[in-house]
Design a protein around this ligand. Structure first.
Ligand SMILES: Cc1cc2nc3c(=O)[nH]c(=O)nc-3n(C[C@H](O)[C@H](O)[C@H](O)COP(=O)(O)OP(=O)(O)OC[C@H]3O[C@@H](n4cnc5c(N)ncnc54)[C@H](O)[C@@H]3O)c2cc1C
Length: 481
């Protein structure tokens, strides 16, 4: 039957499109339904376009510090906002086109429209209320549209959207979400960022480097609250040096708007209220799963705090219905969505030895300046779990490559189980740590001990040598500090 599949995936973000490709590789007949843009939030409004903006900021920073490298740049170096945004949007379009190509290559049907489950094995696709972003390049020939479709297995991969605080709802003009922050029409002179999670602090970093007067308000007692406290404190010192104003243990309780600015009432721990006026404000208080209007209630699919409840293989409580990615709960990261997609589809296909998701081994990366990356237990969590631990640290100031690069502000911290030598966690701050963390992720996945890591030869000169030194330090054997 033309409208009948083995697997239908609702949503084509990193969860959805990877699920579709893996299902096709395993010989299953598969379709993906998308209401707005192939490649989801990640490529269109998240991971990739933000990294493009941050790259512009990095180049600007380097150019401004050219003298430190013995270079004289003539004339004033100033950001061209329209060109920066154009580059970022162009890259997003390219990613979107890339997924279109992959759908075609893997013979995945693309169904344009808004999907709703009508039965555990049936969806109805209605005309979308969103403006469809047509991919550049080869559009899959077998593109379908509104109608009823059936599948033995339906995977919900509908992602998430910005969370809003009551009374401080984004209006797209003065109070932005990541959508507006990604493509500002003009550069604000001052900006208030509410929330210092990965999204908030990346935008704070971008705008600060662009010369904007940035204030970050965070309700918790550290920036990037999920990170190890020591790493977070190290990063904060760098942000302070860059002139970012960070107010911790404080919350925005009210916002007054004028024609071209906002005044936020910031309530501090001691009960005092500071009024902060800024041209624009970014609300970065988290995201919430897209669980509405999917027919989940009628089918009895369990949800919890705005996300679909799944087991380690993406199964919901309703046979035949699965969920992956942001809509299936935190951590809301693209690589978590992709890995969940593969696990879910391989389980559906009946492959042997499919490993359930182990959330402790999901790395987290934040691309602010300095970058932050981590995997596994923080020191506080390891202690709270009653673990007997050894902690190693190694600073970038003692690493030749970091010094040669002019990037000597960083720290690597490793946490080991004292008895077994198992690597429990790794926490990094500094240049390129988002690339370096993968060494520790592989190590943790292989259940590596300190001994294996000490026997590993790291190339010289590289910043990666700080990883080994941190391991050595945990055992009182650091060689270069
Ligand atoms: C500013 C920002 C920066 C980020 N940076 C990073 C980063 O550096 N690294 C990282 O790992 N993560 C990052 N993320 C998070 C990352 O984007 C998400 O974790 C990821 O996109 C989740 O993938 P997903 O497939 O679950 O959902 P999404 O990417 O949200 O895709 C869901 C898709 O489903 C479609 N859809 C929804 N409902 C329906 C329906 N009823 N019918 C049809 N289609 C539907 C949507 O249009 C969308 O295309 C960032 C997010 C933001 C906002």
């Amino acid at each position: 039957m033309a409208n009948s599949y083995d697997v239908i995936v609702i949503g084509s973000g990193p969860g959805g499109y990877i699920a579709a490709i893996r299902a096709a590789q395993l010989g299953l007949k598969v379709a993906v339904v998308e209401r707005e843009h192939l490649a989801g939030i990640c490529s269109n409004w998240g991971c990739i376009p933000t990294k493009a903006l941050l790259r512009s900021a990095e180049v600007l920073h380097l150019a401004e510090h050219a003298k430190n490298y013995g270079l004289t740049l003539e004339g004033k170096i100033s950001p061209d906002l329209q060109a920066i945004v154009k580059r970022s949007r162009g890259i997003a379009e390219r990613m979107n086109g890339g997924v279109a190509f992959l759908m075609k290559k893997n013979k995945v049907d693309v169904i344009w429209g808004e999907a709703k489950l009508t039965k555990a094995n049936e969806i109805v696709v209605a005309k979308t209320t969103k403006a469809i972003v047509q991919p550049q390049g080869p559009i899959p020939k077998n593109t379908l549209g509104e109608g009823t479709y059936t599948a033995k297995h339906i995977i919900v991969a509908t992602g998430a959207r910005p969370r809003a605080l009551p009374g401080i709802e984004p209006d797209g003009k003065l109070i932005w979400t990541y959508f507006e922050a990604m493509k500002p029409e003009e550069m604000p002179k001052s900006l208030l960022v509410m929330g210092s999670g990965a999204i908030g602090i990346e935008f704070a970093s971008f705008y600060r480097t662009m010369g904007v007067d940035v204030t970050v308000v965070e309700v918790m007692s550290q920036v990037m609250p999920v990170e190890d406290a020591e790493i977070s404190a190290f990063a904060k010192k760098q942000f302070d040096k860059q002139g970012m104003k960070i107010i911790l243990d404080a919350k925005v309780t009210k916002v007054e708007k004028s024609a071209n600015s906002v005044t936020a009432h910031v309530e501090k721990k001691d009960g005092s209220v500071e009024k902060i006026t800024a041209d624009r404000m970014i609300s970065a208080v988290g995201v919430q799963g897209n669980i509405e209007n999917l027919g989940l209630e009628a089918l009895g699919v369990k949800t919890d705090r705005g996300c679909i409840v799944i087991d380690g293989y993406g199964k919901t409580n309703v046979p035949g219905v699965y969920a992956i990615g942001d809509v299936a709960g935190p951590p809301m990261l693209a690589h978590k969505a992709e890995h969940e997609a593969v696990i879910c589809v391989e389980k559906i296909a009946g492959l042997p030895n499919v490993h359930p998701m182990d959330k402790l081994k999901i790395p987290g990366c934040t691309y602010c300046n300095p970058q932050v990356a981590s995997v596994g237990l923080t020191e506080a969590r390891a202690k709270a779990e009653g673990r007997d631990i050894r902690v190693g640290r190694f600073p970038f100031v003692a690493n030749g490559k970091a010094i040669a690069l002019g990037e000597d502000q960083g720290l690597v911290k490793t946490i080991f189980d004292k008895k077994t030598g198992e690597l429990l966690g790794a926490h990094l701050v500094g240049a390129e740590v988002t690339e370096l963390i993968q060494g520790f992720v592989v190590a943790m996945n292989l259940e590596t001990t300190e001994e294996d890591l000490m026997h590993t030869i790291f190339p010289h000169p590289t910043i990666s040598e700080t990883l080994k030194e941190s391991v050595l330090d945990a055992y009182g054997r650091a060689l270069n500090a």
